[in-house]
Design a protein around this ligand. Structure first.
Ligand code: 2RA
Length: 329
């Protein structure tokens, strides 16, 4: 099995390589692929030094799977070329997510929709993945009517330049700006670009992707996505209204059995999810679970996950594992 990692030199690309190794994905050869400027650079995989190549060389090498994390424009330009060569693409960018002919997949929720015909598969946005993983089984049991979500997103979601800006600011050093403002000791209520309706693209991703992944257009979502000076993971405050009655005991029982979720909820002992605990983990941590005392059939909860792992690399590798396990590649 040959796997290409397109965008291998980025933060997510590095995590994809780490996850492939940690999960012992049955790969005989990994092809590191990046833009022209990175061709020839070296990275290590399973103790072996590999050389970064360009897309043409990678397509010619005919990997069975190509995992992309190279930005939307590269995905739009190159994913069809890989697919035309019979290579199955799993893409981390937003390029294909809302394309009606492409599947938007969180393995715990809808991997069963995948077929051999799917040659470009979209990986959802990190902030969407952790929320739907936490809510999916509750949705199946009690039918979600409406979600109000506020996110507190790690600078790693922006990339290396943002991490460097935060570290430089903390060290009192000048440096390149990934954001329009200082991020250290600050909070920026703006992720991606603003759209006509006053929401950002990041907020509208959470609205639209949630409906598509659940296969349920009736689920209402409203979001405020915020950047905070944190590493290790994204946090989300979620208020969710259901159509059916439930008890907290039923909610805990369902969450304890939800694939990909770890319940961390013991406030008497100050146990609740935090990015420092989610860092480098593949699970979604859920805590601060409590009834919304202002509205019937409504819950508040706090959801934390490593956005580079379950939010991107691990979800993509889990899709590849599913494809392999079901002879779809
Ligand atoms: C972010 N979810 O956190 C976006 C893209 N990774 O910036």
């Amino acid at each position: 099995m040959k796997v290409a990692v397109v965008g291998a030199t980025g933060l997510v690309g590095g995590e994809i390589l780490k996850v492939l190794e940690e999960r012992n994905f049955p790969v005989d050869e990994v092809l590191l692929v990046a833009s022209e400027k990175s061709i020839g650079t070296k990275k290590t995989f399973k103790g072996k030094e590999l050389t970064v190549m360009g897309v043409k060389e990678a397509i010619a090498a005919k990997p069975e799977i190509a995992i992309f994390s190279a930005g939307g424009s590269t995905s739009l330009a190159e994913a069809p070329n890989f697919a035309a060569a019979g290579i199955t693409v799993i893409d981390n960018s937003s390029a294909w997510r809302m394309d009606p002919t492409k599947k938007l997949v969180v393995p715990e929720i809808n991997a069963k929709e995948l077929t051999k015909a799917d040659k470009i598969i979209a990986n959802p946005n990190c902030s969407t993945i952790q929320m739907v993983v936490a809510l999916n089984e509750l949705h199946k049991a009690f039918k979600i009517k409406r979600i109000v979500v506020s996110t507190y997103q790690s600078v790693t979601g922006t990339g290396k330049k943002a991490v460097d800006q935060l570290m430089n600011e903390r060290a009192g050093k000048a440096g390149e700006m990934a954001y329009p403002y200082k991020i250290d000791l600050n909070v920026i209520p703006h992720i991606d670009v603003f759209t006509e309706n006053g929401y950002t693209k990041e907020e509208m991703k959470m609205v639209k992707e949630t409906k598509k992944i659940f296969g349920d257009d009736s689920v209402k979502v409203t979001a405020t996505t915020v950047r905070i000076p944190v590493m290790g993971g994204h946090s989300e405050s979620v208020n969710v209204e259901f159509a059916k009655d439930f008890t907290l005991e039923e909610v805990y029982a369902i969450l304890e059995k939800t694939p990909g979720v770890i319940v961390v909820d013991d406030v008497k002992n100050l146990k609740y999810p935090m990015p420092q605990d989610a860092h480098q983990k593949d699970e979604v941590l859920v805590g601060r679970i409590r009834l919304d005392e202002t509205q019937e059939r409504t819950l508040n909860m706090w959801i934390v996950a490593d956005n580079l792992r379950k939010g991107a690399a691990t979800n993509a590798v889990q899709i590849a594992e599913y494809l392999l396990a079901h002879d779809l590649v």
